[in-house]
Design a protein around this ligand. Structure first.
Ligand SMILES: [Ca+2]
Ligand SMILES: [Ca+2]
Length: 165
């Protein structure tokens, strides 16, 4: 920085100089992601995964990625903030969500994604909605009384016949 002095007759004189070091502007912008995707729609009593792809940060670098998750049913009563893990091979942050941790509810699961850099900036990276099918019919088959019994008898008879032969 240079300083000049002017007098009333427009004479100018160089007064001196100093060097000011300007620090690189501090990081004030959070991370970004290319996209937020999921592993598909499962049934209840299972799990699914959500991915934040190619999360990058200019400045201080990516610190972590979090995934708040809740089911549409009954609002955010079941919200849980999952911390993602970094999958270097696929360059993505990911989380696995067990429906058991959300009352095994079926229907829409809302998954939002936030990225944090190392300067404590946070940015919304995107969201995805995963529709979980009701898997309860896998556990409780609606079989009427008596339907199964004749089949067992027939199998038993067949076994006996083959033994006698
Ligand atoms: Ca940043
Ligand atoms: Ca809910």
């Amino acid at each position: 920085m240079h300083a000049y002095g002017y007098d009333n007759a427009n004479n100018v004189a160089f007064l001196g100089c100093t060097v000011v070091t300007v620090q690189a502007s501090s990081d004030t912008v959070g991370p970004t992601a290319d996209s937020v995707t999921n592993s598909g729609s499962p049934t209840s009593n299972t799990s699914f995964s959500v991915f934040a792809n190619n999360v990058t940060d200019s400045g201080s670098g990516v610190n972590t990625v979090t995934f708040p998750v809740w089911t549409e049913s009954n609002g955010q009563d079941d919200i849980y903030w999952y911390t993602g893990s970094f999958d270097a091979a696929n360059n993505r942050w990911q989380v696995t969500i067990n429906t058991a941790d959300h009352n095994n509810e079926s229907g829409d699961y809302n998954v939002h994604v936030y990225g944090y850099d190392n300067s404590d900036n946070v940015a919304f990276l995107g969201f995805t909605i995963v529709t979980v099918q009701d898997g309860s019919f896998n556990a409780v088959l609606p079989v009427e009384k008596g339907q199964l019994l004749p089949v067992q008898e027939k199998q038993l008879t067949t076994t006996q016949e083959s033994t006698e032969t």
